[in-house]
Design a protein around this ligand. Sequence first.
Ligand code: GDP
Ligand code: MG
Length: 294
Amino acid sequence: MKFLSGFIALAGPPNVGKSTLLNRILGRKVAIVTPKPQTTRNRVLGILHGDGFQMVFVDTPGIHKPQTPLHKSMVSSAQAAFKEVDIMAVIIEMPRPDPPELPMILGHLKRSKRPSVLIINKIDKGPKQNLLPIIDDMRIRHPFKSIIPVSALNGEGVDRLLKELTTLLRPGPAFFNPDTTTDQSEAFLVSEIIREKIYLRTRQELPYSAAVTVPHIEEIPEKKLLSISARIHVETESQKGILIGKGGNMIKAIGREARKELEDFFGLHVYLDLTVRVDKNWSRDPKALRRLGY
Ligand code: GDP
Ligand code: MG
C-alpha cells in the first residue's frame, strides 16, 4: 500500500464554521473561532496524521466581495490557497444553504478543476428533513464527489467526511513530521488567541480594526514560564479608549482570558504584557497591512 496524502482547502462564505471544523478534525485548536464573520484573516494549515495517510487542511478566510484593503488581502489569500491544493472542500451551513457568496465560490471551484466535496455544516441547528432539498439543489449546481452533512460543533458526520476525503487522496509523501499539527509559529498562535478574545469582548467595528503583534516571546524553563509582550493595534484614539476601558477594565479582561487559554495551551505559566497602540487607519494602508502580517 502506498502512502496517501493531499492538501485540502476548506473554502466557503464567512462564518459557516470552517475554523471550527478544522479544530474538530484535528482534536485541537489551531484556528480561532468567534460568532463574528471574517475572524480568520490568514491561511492556516492543520495536519491530520492517519494510518497510511496525511491530510493537510488549509483553513482560509471566507470568500466575500472585498470592500477594504484588509478584506482584499484576506480574499486573495484564500484564492491563492485554492491554487495550491489537491482537493476542495466547500462548506455551507444548513440554516443558510444559498448564501450570496456561493456563485463566486462555485466559480472558483469550476476553474480550479479539482475534485471537490460539499460539507453542509451546523446540522445540529434544525431538523434533518431540511437537508434533502439542499442536497438535491447542490447536486445540480456542481458535480461534487460527495455531499456530507456534519456538525462541527458536536462532531456528527465528521468520521464520514474523513472517510470520503481519504478516497480522494493520491499516493504522495508525508509533507509534515508526525508531531506537527500546524504551520503556525508560537507567536502567531499567541496573537490569534488574543485577537479571538478581542472579537468576543468588543462590538461593532472594533474587532475589525484590531490587529495583534507579538514583538517578544520567551520561554524561561527554570520558572516554567512563557513571557510574552503583545501589542494590539487599533485605528483611532477612541478605539484605544474603548479597548482599554474604564480603569483598564476591558484590556484586563482580554488579558486575563487570553492568558488563561495560553496557559492551558502551552502547559506553562504565562506572563502577558499587553499594550494598545494607535496605527492610524492600518486596515486601509498596504504598508501597514504587510507590517501587521496581512
Ligand atoms: P468560519 O468563519 O467559517 O471559520 O466560522 P467559525 O469556525 O469561526 O464559526 C462561526 C460561528 O459558527 C461560531 O460561533 C461557531 O461556534 C459556530 N459554529 C461552527 N460550527 C457549528 C456547528 O456545527 N453548529 C453550530 N450550532 N454552530 C457552529
Ligand atoms: Mg475561520
